[in-house]
Design a protein around this ligand. Structure first.
Ligand code: CTP
Length: 417
């Protein structure tokens, strides 16, 4: 690809907003004045060449990213956080750049070695070619140079461009998945996102050895990868593919497959004043049919937060208890549902279409009697457990249509004290 073609993509505001173009050219000028070749790499180049809007700015410096960061802060302001061991710096951008996210990673080109499969790598400074050669897939191993007259030059030592054109996901070396088994998730994620295909010899590397390495990944790293899948547009298709290449069995013996019929529910806007969370909803839909023990076991393996464990557990419990609740009075439903997270109830509604759940979410949960504890004090009732009983009874009467106005509520109250 010609330099001019790349420059045209770079200057297309639909792909790269002008604020980001300005930021990158400022960085390029500083890098050139320090004599450091400077590049954008990875997903930036991949998405730019695919003519998709670019999200992350992955900036790599051949030289010293920390020194570049210091020069940028001196010239433009903001704040620098250094990570000396990794030769990287995070530049908190001054407000003049008006960008989201408001930080930028500045990274020194590096080599990585892995002490053992699945471990985090040891990092040493290196050339841009070394840096590209340590990456996951050819389509992510391209760079565009930014500094001085080199602006717009494409570095593509592994012919990532032709894999990009052919829609192929290809690892750079046979042990890539053993070194970093999270790349198995990444391969499937790109496949689903771009409608690409994992190239055959790469697919064959998802073998017992790499799956064994994957099974020793920490819960936190596994969950991070699954979270990233759940926010993808084609999340369910990707999860099914993850299952078909043997990944789920390698993580946990009781991992169910995601039910494709539930895919549409991930997109659902509840319109009910319940904070929506696609990832949380994804896990609930995925694990709702598990037994209580299985839910806890999967939650432990994926290092779920207590809150997420509770949501999934509540959805599974509620789904199981639906047959006992059908035909119940609204008050019975309400008291059964009241302690459960709203999103769990909504998830069970989506899969069951049980109308009472929607009535609870939209109407019943908001129904309260007029009478309050203060009113009971004013009536001279001695404080104690009886207060709760009376208020609960009044609320149930409203919920079940036994009282329909304030007067009827007061009559019922009179009959109780
Ligand atoms: N990378 C890698 N191996 C990994 C993770 C990342 O080689 N396990 C490299 C890839 O070159 C990738 C870059 O680091 O392009 C940045 O990683 P990340 O931000 O996770 O991915 P993106 O390419 O930005 O892709 P996405 O759009 O999915 O975020």
């Amino acid at each position: 690809m010609q330099k001019d073609d790349i420059l045209r993509l770079f200057h297309d505001p639909n792909l790269l907003p002008s604020e980001k173009q300005i930021l990158l050219s400022n960085i390029a000028v500083q890098a050139a004045s320090l004599g450091f070749p400077c590049y954008v790499v990875g997903g930036f180049v991949r998405d730019l060449l695919l003519r998709r809007p670019v999200n992350d700015l992955d900036v790599i410096v051949e030289g010293d990213a920390i020194q570049l960061g210091k020069a940028l802060v001196k010239k433009f302001g903001g704040k620098l956080t250094r990570h000396d061991a990794f030769h990287t710096a995070i530049w908190r951008l001054p407000s003049t750049f008006d960008l989201r996210p408001s930080t930028l990673d500045l990274i020194t080109a590096r080599k990585e070695t892995y002490e053992r499969p699945g471990a985090l790598p040891t990092v040493t400074p290196a050339t841009i070619d070394d840096d590209l050669l340590r990456r996951d897939f050819t389509i992510n191993a391209m760079a565009v140079r930014l500094d001085g007259d080199h602006f717009g030059e494409l570095l593509d030592p592994l012919d990532g461009r032709s894999d990009l054109e052919q829609g192929r996901i290809r690892v750079l070396h046979p042990r890539s998945f053993v070194d970093d088994p999270t790349r198995i998730f990444r391969a499937v994620r790109y496949e689903g996102r771009y409608s690409f295909a994992i190239e055959l010899s790469t697919l064959e590397r998802i073998d017992p050895e790499s799956l064994k390495a994957l099974s020793s990944l920490s819960g936190e790293r596994l969950r991070h990868e699954l979270d990233l899948i759940l926010v993808e547009k084609n999340a369910v298709q990707i999860l099914l593919r993850v299952a078909s290449v043997g990944v789920l069995d390698a993580i946990h013996p009781r991992f169910p497959a995601f039910n494709p019929d539930d895919a549409e529910f991930l997109e659902m806007d509840n319109g009910l004043d319940i904070p929506a969370d696609r990832v949380e909803m994804g896990y609930m839909l995925w694990f709702m049919q598990l037994s209580e023990d299985e839910v806890f076991s999967v939650a432990r393996r994926l290092d779920f937060t207590n809150e997420l464990t509770l949501s999934v557990w509540a959805a599974a419990q509620l789904k199981r208890s639906l047959p006992h609740l059908v035909e119940s009075q609204p008050s019975v439903w309400t008291y059964a549902l009241e302690k459960l997270p709203l999103l769990s109830i909504y998830a069970v509604y989506l899969v069951s279409r049980e109308k009472a759940l929607l009535d609870y979410l939209s109407i019943w949960r908001h129904i309260k009697p007029h009478t309050t504890g203060d009113d009971l004090i004013a009536r001279g009732l001695p404080p104690g457990p009886r207060y709760g009983e009376i208020l609960t009874r009044l609320r149930a009467a409203w919920l079940d249509g036994e009282v329909k106005d304030k007067e009827q509520e007061l009559q019922l109250l009179d009959s109780m004290i």
